[in-house]
Write a protein that binds this ligand. Structure first.
Ligand code: NAG
Ligand code: NAG
Length: 294
């Protein structure tokens, strides 16, 4: 074998690996592009053993991804995956949350908010308004997302809606559907199946009920016991990259499988450098109201 051929054989896997590790933007931060998958319209996800199957609307498996295993056990006091800034420092995460420590899992998490004004400037910023249920401690999350700007799923200098599921390695999303300022986004995440006691796997659905094409079923996954509402910002330059005004998250409801409404307190959050604030106008798990001031 020629030395040059040998050199090529030795180098090429490295080159390919380098090319593949392209970072791409998704809610929660940058991820390896190869681990981001689109779920066909009307399709769903199923966790089968150590794989996550992407199913088309007709039930055909269109992709199998190796499920990510937890990166490392996280101390309970640390913020979960969605809220950690990964390796990117141009990220702003503003969030409020409630952790379910009761035996009964979350069965329902709703929230609705109006699509804000279009930001005055388009500097290539990406903004995400996220309602989600996450594993805690853990690294998986199911979320409805209103997006302004571009992510790996698509988008542009306009608003779009999609549903996402992430595990420690992969992210799956529905096709973003364009929406407009003033539209009331009605987000709902439901537990669709779990054995009543001692269940090891759980089935969920997340969608914006006002936007057809955003519904995603996820079956056979871990219990999602961290509920949060978050605002994430990537690549912003100044305050004109945000919408003006206040976004109210209304009809914020949290219910457990046993019918109980937990005694929820949504902590406030102020991001000083940009003076963005998220707080509760009305606390609780029944028709709570939160506001995000830009
Ligand atoms: C999700 O599951 C529900 C109930 O089984 C079903 O009606 C619906 O068509 C499924 N798919 C989507 C995309 O919501
Ligand atoms: C099932 O759906 C997938 C994804 O949407 C599509 O690629 C495939 O052709 C469909 N198969 C049949 C038998 O309709």
């Amino acid at each position: 074998m020629h030395a040059a051929t040998l050199l090529f054989l030795l180098l090429s896997p490295v080159t390919i690996a380098t090319l593949n590790v392209r970072r791409a933007l998704a809610p929660g931060g940058y991820r390896d592009k190869v681990n981001i998958y689109e779920v066909p319209g009307g399709g769903s996800l199923a966790r089968i053993g150590n794989e996550i199957h992407v199913l088309g609307a007709n039930g055909t498996v269109v992709h199998k991804a190796t499920a990510g295993s937890p990166l490392k056990a996280r101390p309970p006091s640390k913020v979960p995956a969605l809220l950690s800034s990964d390796d990117d420092d141009s990220v702003i995460h503003i969030f409020t949350y409630w952790i379910n420590v009761i035996c009964s899992p979350y069965a329902l998490f709703t929230g609705s908010w109006r699509v804000p004004f279009v930001p005055e400037s388009d500097d290539g910023q990406t903004l995400f308004w996220v309602q989600d249920l996450e594993e805690y401690p853990g690294d998986t999350a199911l979320m409805t997302v209103l997006q302004y700007g571009v992510s790996e799923a698509g988008g542009g200098p306009f608003y779009s809606a999609s549903t996402w599921y992430r595990d420690p390695m992969n992210i799956f999303h529905t096709t973003p559907i364009r929406t407009e300022t003033g539209v009331l986004m009605e987000s709902i995440i439901t537990l669709t199946s779990a054995s009543p006691f001692g269940a090891e796997t759980f089935d969920y659905n997340a969608q914006f009920t006002n936007i057809p094409g955003t519904s995603m079923n996820v079956t056979g996954v871990a219990q999602l016991n961290w509920a949060s509402i978050a605002f994430e910002v990537f690549n912003e330059k100044d305050n004109s990259d945000y919408p003006v005004g206040i976004t109210f998250f209304e009809d914020v409801n949290l219910k457990l499988q046993n019918g109980v409404r937990p005694d929820v307190f949504w902590p406030g959050y102020v991001y000083e450098p940009e003076q963005i604030m998220l707080d509760a106008v009305t606390q609780g798990s029944t028709n709570a109201q939160l506001r995000l001031i830009y």
